[in-house]
Design a protein around this ligand. Structure first.
Ligand code: ZN
Length: 505
């Protein structure tokens, strides 16, 4: 490795380490910190994050980067580098350019505004009062439009924001995908609702001992290959995955006595995220080669495990007898097919996080449309609740009873995360394409899953996706694995087949 590259990587590690320090503080805040610690903790996190930002955008880093890359154009200057080192520099330059495009005062002001507005959102949601949040949301939207101008874009401002979460993805591409997906989903959900086989959700909402739920989840995590000598699971209000280094990747879950699926599927979901982080190439720690490609690719890993494995027949062929042993009382006399139908019940709900596989993406489309409306088309904030309700009615056939159940349900906008939502749907689509590629390439993969062998799939994912880091873009990864571009078709065919069979439609 060249001396200049060595120096740059050392500088990048400092920036990354400071971010990971903030992640440790944040993990503690969400799991064990006593409530009165909140203010001091906010100050601590903001201090280390601003130190990290200052290092990244400061003169020293700029000098190291300029030795290797032409800063105005991003052209790599150093000769004789390996292809992955060239990619490392291209990605480092891209991140640096975006970080330095925003004035320091702007970053500080947006951070203060969003930290305050999160508290306001909590109150607005509790009191069902959108008027409380509206002035904050107006200011956030105005600043995000400014941010898009600072960052630059070719087509619409929303593209610049999307780039934060899904590099390379554009509004136009998403529109095409979603236009293909929407009519299929709306039609499928309508047919399911008219079917005469009702879902059997009541089977999994009996009384499930939490200690046993925890034990069962840990068993599945172990079988997936989640390494507990380099990770741990705790309880938090909202399940999440956080990583400090590939050698320390933690997840959380939330258990509900009256609903088996919440804890179980959040554990599998976060486990999917964690396998990705644990398998990143730590030789390049601190650089883009040891980072996930995008939020959409990250989500493909969690959704693949949660839905395409965890809600499948092969998986339960192996695990259902064990689950029954864990919960002899509530599952006594419940046949495996009925259990399978119960965990795959389709029922439109106004709440995104409660949505099933068939309705979930309709929630995302609604948010995507509103985000475009207020970022690109300057639609007024006061008009958003009515648009939200009309969209929910149109796509899901239900109207939220109030704003708490409607536009106030998600925290994202109040944190400034605009352009984030589409990555959930992208995760479903990428995930389906990857899973089908794995099934084509590994003979008898689903038979192995049916025998409780989850590690074969894990190995395939590790080799083809996890170890890649950002050495490929999302589009390149999909092309290399599937031989074609991102497509909604595998996902829609999967839904048609699965729910066609389940609901007899
Ligand atoms: Zn996730």
């Amino acid at each position: 490795m060249s001396r200049n590259l060595d120096i740059l990587i050392r500088d990048m590690r400092v920036v990354t380490q400071l971010r990971r320090v903030a992640a440790v503080l944040n993990w503690d805040q969400e799991t064990y910190m006593p409530p009165e610690g909140a203010q001091a903790r906010a100050d601590q996190i903001s201090l280390v994050l601003s130190m990290s930002h200052a290092r990244f955008t400061g003169p020293e880093f700029r000098r190291s980067l300029a030795e290797l890359v032409d800063l105005p154009s991003g052209k790599v200057l150093e000769d004789g580098l390996a292809p992955e080192e060239v990619r490392l520099l291209q990605m480092a330059w891209r991140d640096w350019r975006r970080a330095t495009a925003l004035p320091v005062e702007f970053v500080g002001e947006l951070a203060r505004l969003t930290s305050e507005s999160q508290h306001v959102w909590e109150q607005a949601r509790r009191d069902n009062d959108f008027h409380l949040l509206a002035p904050y949301l107006e200011k956030i939207i105005e600043m995000k439009r400014q941010e898009a101008d600072f960052l630059g874009y070719d087509d619409v401002p929303y593209d610049a924001l999307l780039e934060d979460y899904e590099p390379g993805m554009t509004t136009a591409q998403l529109k095409t995908l979603f236009d293909e997906l929407r009519p299929v989903l709306v039609d499928l959900v309508t047919r399911i609702q008219n079917a005469d086989r009702p879902g059997r959700r009541e089977l999994i909402t009996a009384e499930f001992n939490e200690v046993r739920q925890w034990e069962f989840g840990m068993r599945v995590l172990g079988d997936m290959g989640y390494d507990l000598s380099r990770g741990r699971q705790d309880v938090s209000e909202h399940p999440f995955t956080t990583d400090f280094h590939p050698s320390d990747v933690r997840i959380t879950t939330r258990l509900n006595r009256r609903d088996l699926t919440q804890g179980l599927f959040s554990t599998i979901h976060e486990g999917g995220h964690a396998l990705y982080e644990q398998a990143l190439n730590d030789r390049y720690f601190g650089t883009p080669l040891c980072e996930p490609i995008s939020l959409g690719i990250h989500e493909s890993q969690s959704r693949l495990w949660e839905n395409y494995v965890g809600r499948s027949r092969p998986f339960w062929k192996h695990y259902y007898p064990q689950l029954q042993e864990h919960f002899p009382e509530p599952l006594k006399g419940v046949a495996r097919d009925d259990f399978y139908a119960a965990i795959n019940t389709v029922r439109p709900s106004p709440i995104r996080v409660e949505a099933d596989e068939a309705t979930y993406n309709l929630h995302i489309m609604l948010r995507f449309e509103l985000e475009q409306a207020f970022i690109n088309d300057h639609v007024a904030v006061k008009d958003l609740p009515a648009m939200w309700n009309a969209g929910t009615e149109e796509y899901l056939g239900i109207t939220p009873i109030d704003d708490t159940e409607g536009i106030l349900q998600d925290i994202h906008w109040s944190t400034g995360a605009i352009g984030y939502f589409p990555t959930y749907t992208l995760g479903n689509l990428y995930g389906r394409q990857f899973y089908e590629a794995a099934c084509r390439q590994v003979k008898g993969l689903e038979d192995k899953i049916a025998q409780g062998d989850l590690k074969t799939l894990r190995e395939w994912l590790r080799k083809h996706i996890h170890q890649v880091g950002r050495a490929k873009t999302a589009a390149e990864l999909v092309q290399d694995i599937t031989g074609g571009p991102l497509s909604a078709e595998p996902f829609t065919s999967y839904l048609e087949e699965k729910y066609g069979e389940l609901y007899g439609i």
